[in-house]
Design a protein around this ligand. Sequence first.
Ligand code: XMP
Ligand code: MG
Length: 180
Amino acid sequence: MNDDIERILYSQEDIAKAAKRLGQQITTDYKDKVPVVISVLSGAVFITTDVLRQMDVYTQLAFIDVSSYNGGTKSSGEVRLVTDITQNVADRDVLIIEDIVDTGRTLKFIIDLLKQRHAKSVRVCTLLDKPTGRVLEVKADYVGFKVPDEFVVGYGLDYKGEYRNLPYVGVLKPKIYLDK
Ligand code: XMP
Ligand code: MG
């Protein structure tokens, strides 16, 4: 699996440091709140557990599963709700945790859903932000790293469901898209 990676962008140590920084920022901002943390399955699970453990804040944890990529390297353009949260978010502060914000479609879909349900506030924490990929205007409030316009995998990010368990974020060798 490691042989399929062209280069490592962010090591496990880099990510640990980023998670600590994000957790500290969130702790400051949510000191007097009890946010519902919504982790976006499956990619955000890894960074969610890191950031949550760096937050000295009372929280409730929820998971949402939405799909737009169909396992490939390009967004299909259409976002679908696969598994909904069970928590009531009306009048609640919500913190979404994502693995990457690329076109912004996934995030926009989730933010709109939470607003329809009358969340009091919605903020976004993401491990990676790829601003060059943006199609819809959405902003992440807490960003681990800004990534270049390349398809990245690892630390939750997948290609065809694989590579999520790489302990770092790396660029996939282009030949993998062609061969696999
Ligand atoms: P959008 O385009 O909706 O993307 O902002 C958000 C979701 O798409 C996946 N995604 C990627 N996954 N490498 C990946 O492994 C990438 O470069 C990439 N870009 C987008 C990801 O699941 C994210 O939640
Ligand atoms: Mg995702």
